[in-house]
Ligand binder design. Sequence first.
Ligand code: GLU
Length: 378
Amino acid sequence: MTTSWLVDSRRIVIKIGSSLATLNGQSRDSWLSVLGEEIARLRQKGRDIVLVASGAVALGRPLLTGLSGRKLEEKQAAAALGQPRLMQAIGMAFAAHDVVVAQALLTLEDTETRHRWLTARATLDTLLRAGIVPVINENDTVATDEIRYGDNDRLAARVAQMIGAETLVLLSDVDGLYTADPRQSPEAAHIPMITDFDASYDAMAGDRNATAGIGSGGMVTKLEAARIAWAAGCKTVITLGLRTQPLSALEAGEKATWIVPPVSPETARLAWLSGHLRPEGTVFVDAGAAAALQRGASLLPVGIVAVEGRFDRGAAVAICGPDKALIGKGVTAYGAVDIATIAGLQTEAAEARLGYRGRPAIIHRNDLVLTEGSGPES
Ligand code: GLU
């Protein structure tokens, strides 16, 4: 069954480390071209693909003549040099297979602050809807130690969560997780699948990046990434990247570790929305909007009659119906002041009143959960 998991995923995030994308300070063009071909095949089946690619520092470092490229600011300078070269290599390799790529550089703040999360997600969604493959890296030139991921494994997991991916593929220099470090313990056994992801697995991961090459993520960061994905209902698969066709190999059942959560991204998202959000305000909606929400629609300005509380874009708010009864909860794309300004207006009028074009919905359908017993009719 694992053989169909990749291709059955509607949205897939693939992470490639520096040791795959580059070799001796040069891009690994022929490998990237095969990856492009593999991604093109998944695209043709209608799958949305996001690639998280490292290699900026590795490509830029040799160009920083006279500097070691090891200090933080030198690494950042190396990333500034290497990132356009990385994109050029990926862009050219993928263009040969008619895959169009876009670049998105994210920082920790973009994935951890809710209003920035919403923005990044909207951009990625738009690119995916246009059939483009976003290529993501950390914005290394501005991310400093305290505010940086440092490894793209966890960044990739956050991206998987952001876009509601069903599968996160970590292409690595090992073919999965072992009961001990296989480079040191001959008795180490490969683990093909994890469905009970308890803390015992962390002990198996060994020292961070013990002898791995030039990337910064070892098995520890891969497991941290897998935990983020797990909480988001997204499967993680760790497998060897340096195969000729690493994605086809997965579908052929080659060695890998699949970490499989008990719920889907949809269920995880609804659980998060209903369990973890503390409302900072309330929007009151009319009967028409309440009925539309029950049918699974987004909340538009026209349906809002009043707003209570002081909150910014990205806040959690309670949604109450005409009789003031709580009907749901959601993450709002507008702050309280703007909602009050456009309450009751049609979308065009709202735009004119605000003086800018905001998101079409006050709360997008994917960002709201209806209270028990009032969900969309099935
Ligand atoms: N963002 C870094 C780069 O592109 C790599 C981080 C990592 O190794 O995961 O060089």
